[in-house]
Design a binder for this molecule. Sequence first.
Ligand SMILES: [Zn+2]
Length: 71
Amino acid sequence: MFCTNVRVDRSKTVSSTIPSHRKGKRRRDDQEQAGQVEVFYPVNCVVCSAHLGVQDAEEVFHLYHVVASNA
Ligand SMILES: [Zn+2]
């Protein structure tokens, strides 16, 4: 997905816990690893400054509150 008109604010960070997709009987160490906290940067629209989502440390966008538009 290519993103335009967005600005990544790297002066701020958002912490989010990665959800574990590995359910079941696991050793305690594995469960703690799956629940580690990852840092994200907030992503805002340059036009209306709306908060659109976050970008992770690998520069992958995670957008929400976004509606597809042809405008
Ligand atoms: Zn906007």
